[in-house]
Design a protein. Structure first.
Ligand code: FAD
Ligand code: SF4
Length: 474
């Protein structure tokens, strides 16, 4: 098929249809719809196939974006799916949750003046549609090596590592303390951004590739780490970053104050139908909710609170909107769904008492300007109290290295991350322990966890093939 290189002049950027705001806030469905094949082909054909594709450079996994856009334009869906998996073990997830506006699409040549190619939506289309039509990764030419590796953590880092191990003929056994795979994909990111059926489909695909899951199994409690070291050739650690940043606000222990992840997990489990003992998120119907923080987790909390029927939801951030760390798209979605934003406000204390709970949040205005990292300068005499019934704290997360790492001589950085610095790359200071994802980088993105898991999987396969790691002792 002859390509019209000027298609972008005739065809505007057109993402898939969104659920209308009035409908989406009533439930938990993903808000973005699907491309029909003709729509995906038409939007893909807007790509001008830049000789030096900025989109691809900006993508943390360096997806072959113009190449799979071309395959979609030509209707070669299964080849596009295979190519998407060459660089990304979880493309259908990244197509949904990557902040494309500050990654591939933000750097697309067409972004300035014409509208970026809808890269994320096409990526999602390729894999959803290929899976629907029965395509699966082809491992028929992979020869088993007889090696086996334990993966601790079934988040995006662990799953990506398991994928690469399976492709290298290595038996991957993935352990997770949760009852389902996905890590924060399942027990953090809300269903309106990522439907949990997508993660369940991926689990089936990985099992089809030979990956074995041991769920509801916490390493260090249910199985000793020594057992993994004894039973496997190598171990990959992708345990994430779960220690909430402590704002040390007076009143943060009052009834009605909730840490962001507890709130999101409680709701996620309720929606999944796996809540324990009928536990669920706090009752928010008709209540005034204040969320402290300005990142993606804060956006997930405000949008969840809206869906739980809160009367009023306000996001309080200490800097201005331009300094917000998360995706612009999520801020827009939150605003469209009725969330109010208070910028340049520093929370000083949560007001209330132990009997009646939260009454409000004491705030001070901060001077405009200043980077995210620096402390915000307070404006003298600007204190006020924002009334609230419920406060959710979303100040981010720090690493949470399991104690057994240090006990086995694995070096950590001073801030608690697993040290895999040069020249080792993905290997820790222990010759048979590798690591990646938030546990190594600190809280970051799905796509960076995918990258690290992928590279660590390759590094383990190399090490085992080179006999740099001796066969496991049993
Ligand atoms: P995780 O996903 O945290 O997975 C770690 C896994 O290890 C967990 O399943 C945990 O149960 C398991 N584990 C830990 N210790 C043990 C043990 N001892 N034994 C067994 N299992 C163990 N990123 C984006 O790109 N886009 C988004 O929209 C986005 N939204 C987010 C929303 C929220 C609320 C949060 C908190 C994060 C969000 N992120 C987002 C960040 C992203 O989810 C993480 O960067 C990513 O999941 C990190 O992957 P990981 O595999 O390193 O860790
Ligand atoms: Fe195509 Fe945009 Fe990438 Fe250029 S930058 S190759 S136009 S998607």
């Amino acid at each position: 098929m002859q390509k019209n290189v000027f298609q972008f002049l005739d065809v505007p950027r057109q993402p898939p249809r969104e659920l209308p705001v009035s409908v989406r806030v009533l439930g938990w469905k993903e808000i973005y719809g699907d491309f029909a094949p003709a729509e995906a082909a038409e939007q893909s054909a807007r790509c001008i196939e830049c000789g030096n594709p900025y989109c691809e450079w900006k993508c943390p996994v360096h997806n072959y974006i113009p190449n799979w856009l071309k395959l979609v334009r030509e209707g070669r869906l299964f080849e596009a799916a295979a190519l998407a998996h060459e660089t990304n073990p979880l493309p259908e997830v990244c197509g949904r949750v990557c902040p494309q506006d500050r990654l591939c699409e933000g750097d697309c040549t067409l972004e300035d003046g014409f509208g970026a190619v809808t890269i994320g939506a096409v990526e999602k289309y390729i894999v959803d549609e290929a899976f629907r039509q029965g395509w699966r990764p082809d491992l028929s030419r992979v020869a088993p090596t007889g090696r086996k590796v334990a993966v601790v953590g079934a988040g995006p880092a662990g799953l990506s590592c398991a994928d690469r191990l399976a492709r290298a003929g290595i038996q991957a056994h993935v352990y997770d303390r949760n009852e389902e795979i996905g890590g924060l994909l399942t027990f953090g990111i809300p269903p309106f951004k990522l439907d949990k059926a997508v993660v369940a489909t991926r689990r089936g695909v990985l099992e089809h590739m030979g990956v074995r899951f041991h769920l509801g199994t916490e390493i260090g409690r249910d199985v000793a780490f020594e057992t993994l070291l004894a039973d496997y050739d190598a171990v990959f650690v992708g345990t994430g970053a779960y220690t909430p940043v402590d704002g040390r606000l007076p009143g943060q222990d009052l009834p009605g104050v909730h840490p962001a992840l507890d709130f999101l997990i409680a709701n996620g489990r309720r929606v999944l139908g796996t809540a324990r003992d009928g536990a669920g998120p706090p009752e928010l119907t008709g209540r005034r909710v204040v969320v402290l923080g300005g990142g993606d987790t804060a956006m997930d909390c405000v949008r969840t609170a809206i869906r739980l029927g809160a009367a009023d939801v306000t996001c309080v951030y200490r800097r201005d909107e331009a300094a917000m760390p998360g995706s612009r798209r999520e801020v827009k979605n939150a605003r469209d769904e009725g969330v109010h934003f208070l910028f340049n406000r520093q929370p000083l204390a949560i007001e209330g008492d132990a009997t009646r709970g939260v009454a409000g949040v004491r705030l001070a205005e901060t001077a405009p300007g200043g980077g995210r990292a620096s402390a915000a300068a307070l404006v003298e005499g600007s204190e006020s109290v924002l009334p609230a019934d419920v406060v959710i704290i979303a100040f981010g997360f720090r690493p949470s290295p399991p104690a057994w790492l240090a006990e086995h001589g694995v070096a950590l950085t001073p801030d608690g991350r697993i040290d895999t610095d040069e020249p080792r790359r993905y290997a820790t200071s222990h010759p048979r322990i590798f690591a990646g994802g938030d546990a190594v980088r600190g809280a970051d993105l799905v796509v960076t966890a995918v990258f690290e898991g992928r590279e660590a999987g390759k590094a383990i396969a190399h090490a085992l093939a080179d006999r740099a790691v001796p066969p496991h002792p049993l």
